[in-house]
Design a protein around this ligand. Structure first.
Ligand code: GLA
Length: 398
């Protein structure tokens, strides 16, 4: 059954009612700009043709019901309380509800929600931001709150920072909101400006998902975040006046870096050099010089691996194999790191057979094949269907 039909069917089965709206938001790849976003630098990503779908209905009763996949629902009476354990995915929709209240949504009654998705989990493709954006769109639609896509991205990021407690930047929510078919999304995080860069027809983006995820990935992300701001403090301690690592030029950083402790110096060097790489990649892509950008993608991976130390053996191996193959322009880890996926930019001539040879080499080394996905660059968050209350949905399956 197609995903949207399955979602409607589950909604009716769980709540014995028809949803008011179905919204969808895409997962994303980080094309280049590893951990640059919360350092106020630029980043380039792309929305992909994998989505989180949300079906939602407003109800008068003051209760909030959540169900995911084919599981039965969880009822929440106090939407300000964070949940733990298996139910912690519910904090994303609760966080969005909370940040929409701050933006004018008048809370009244409750809602019922079902979520389903074909974004691979734990692959660094940002299924959680897609969930936030899909919920945000659904809530804005049923409450008549006219937020722009940019505002939805900011509200969803706030949900993640304030409610969920992850100090992420704007990359995931920004791309899931602002994605455009056939294009990459460039975000200047300093002033939250979003623009698009067409990729051109002759190129593909592939994902190789290792299914590996460090058990402490959230706290390691926070640790890297803290280290970047400790590096800012360290640089200010030697006479600079900066607020973010994006505020220092590569030349000034080279003169000042010996004053930082080794680890902090490495973390900062990664960010400062990565910002430069993002700018160079943008320039090359805009000039149609796509193949010249490949070397910078490989350099980005090496910098994450050696200086930011957020890669793992499995990702390094995939990048090395990809580097040796024809028609691969560049490859690098995508997303927060510490597991997850590698993305490769290829010429169209890179066929599924080549991808299969990467998967089988990986299986030979690590025992399990990676999940391989060829991505289409897609549009961002949207309303899939608005359902009038007189419509009925027959629960076709038992
Ligand atoms: C995660 C975060 C993003 C970004 C990337 C790393 O995906 O959610 O904000 O920091 O990691 O670039």
């Amino acid at each position: 059954m197609p995903l949207v039909e399955r979602l409607k069917f589950r909604f009716t089965k769980n709540y014995d009612a028809v949803p008011d709206v179905i919204a969808a938001a895409p997962g994303r790849v980080e094309f280049i700009g590893n951990h640059t976003d919360y350092n106020n630098g630029p980043v380039i990503g792309a929305a992909i043709d994998r989505y989180v779908f949300v079906a939602l209905r407003r109800i008068e009763e003051s209760v909030f019901r959540f169900s995911s996949g084919d599981s039965s629902y969880v009822a929440v009476e106090d939407p300000t309380q964070k949940l733990k354990g298996k139910r912690s995915w519910i904090n994303y929709p609760l966080g969005v509800y909370d940040s929409l209240i701050r933006r004018g949504l008048k809370p009244s009654g409750g809602f019922e929600l079902v979520v389903d998705s074909d974004v691979p989990m734990g692959a660094g493709l940002s299924s959680s931001a897609a969930l936030e954006l899909a919920v945000c769109q659904a809530l804005c639609t049923v409450y008549g709150l006219g937020l722009s896509r940019e505002e939805m991205a900011l509200a969803s990021r706030e949900a993640e920072n304030e409610f969920v407690g992850m100090p992420c930047g704007i990359l995931d929510q920004g791309v899931s909101a602002m994605g455009t078919s056939g294009s990459l999304v460039y975000i200047d995080c300093r002033d939250m400006r979003f623009s698009t860069i067409p990729l051109g027809k002759n190129y593909s983006i592939w994902i190789f998902n290792t299914h590996k995820k460090h058990s402490l990935v959230e706290s390691m992300y926070s640790e890297r975040h803290n280290e970047c701001f400790q590096a800012v403090d360290g640089l200010n301690g030697v006479g600079l006046r900066i607020q973010y690592l994006a505020d220092i030029s590569p030349a000034d950083f080279q003169s000042a870096k010996s004053r930082l402790l080794g680890t902090l110096s490495n973390r900062a060097e990664h960010i400062v050099s990565e910002i430069e790489r993002v700018n160079r990649v943008k320039h090359l892509l805009e000039g149609g010089r796509v193949s010249e950008a490949g070397q910078l993608l490989f350099e980005s991976h090496a910098s994450s691996r050696d200086l930011f130390e957020n890669s793992v053996e499995e990702l390094d191996y995939l990048v090395e194999i990809l580097k040796s193959l024809p028609n691969v322009i560049g490859a690098r880890l995508t997303g927060g790191g510490f597991g997850g996926a590698v993305m490769a930019l290829t010429e169209d001539a890179f066929s599924p057979d080549y991808a299969e040879s990467v998967a089988s080499a990986y299986r030979g080394r690590f025992g399990q094949p990676p999940e391989v996905i060829q991505c289409r660059l897609s549009d961002g968050v949207r309303v899939v269907e608005r359902i009038e209350s007189t419509d009925t949905i027959e629960p076709a399956l038992g």
